[in-house]
Design a protein around this ligand. Structure first.
Ligand code: ZN
Length: 225
């Protein structure tokens, strides 16, 4: 059974515009950015009580009722999703709308039957995406170490936007054991960074990073086709 978005809104005492309380389109204060918190009359968080979706006009945060509950309860999306279903979920169903967005499959969620038919495909594309992201992250970490670059902000930006749980710890684990790693993808990254450094030894770090990114996107492109 799917949760009612207004039940969640009330359960967590979200502040709503009383004039819209019984409408389909309910206005509330944004629990993500709090950008409208200091203006008594402003309610920038829009909730559709029938579709169980929301969007903030300030920070652009949007999603389905599960995303809202996950945020308000501070629980992982998957755990919230599990609460409402008794059967075992397919891996594709456990992906949050934001994760689906990363593999351009979010639009499928509106039609469950269509979504269901692509479970296997979605799972594969998600796994490929995760692998690509881990490869890129490990490459950045290795390169920043070898060239003595401060790439912390680039590394964190990727971790933040990847929507992959544990990507940082898993990748760091491979980095710390890079010489003995048995993970094929980590071995591959190590070899490719070595060849990158050999091929472009006289180039500066910006060129090296550019080549790294070009190689990454080429590889991602190959996986897709
Ligand atoms: Zn907001």
């Amino acid at each position: 059974m799917q949760p009612d978005i207004m039940t969640i809104v009330n359960e967590y005492n979200m502040e709503i515009n009383p004039r819209t309380a019984y409408k389909v389109q309910v206005e509330a204060k944004c629990p993500f950015c709090h950008g409208d918190a200091n203006n008594r009359r402003k309610y920038k968080f829009s909730i559709n009580a029938e579709m169980h979706v929301f969007r903030c006009w300030l920070c652009n945060e949007s999603g389905y009722v599960y995303d809202l509950e996950a945020h308000l309860s501070n629980k992982p999306y998957e755990e919230v999703r599990k609460k409402y279903t008794k059967r075992k979920l397919h891996k594709a169903e456990k992906l949050s709308p934001k994760q689906l967005e990363k593999i351009e499959k979010r639009h499928l969620k509106v039609d469950y039957e269509a979504f269901k038919q692509q479970f296997t495909q979605i799972e594969k594309e998600w796994d490929d995406y995760c692998l690509g992201q881990k490869r890129l992250l490990l490459s950045k970490i290795l390169l920043s170490h070898v060239l003595n670059l401060d790439m912390m902000s680039a590394i964190h930006a990727q971790v933040e936007s990847s929507e992959i749980p544990n990507i940082y710890s898993e990748t760091m684990h491979e980095y710390l054991h890079i010489e003995t790693s048995k993970e094929p993808w980590a071995i591959e990254v190590r070899a490719s960074i070595k060849s990158l450094l050999q091929d472009y030894q006289s180039e500066n770090e910006h060129t090296l990073m550019a080549v790294l990114l070009i190689r990454h996107y080429k590889q991602v492109g190959r996986l897709k086709h």
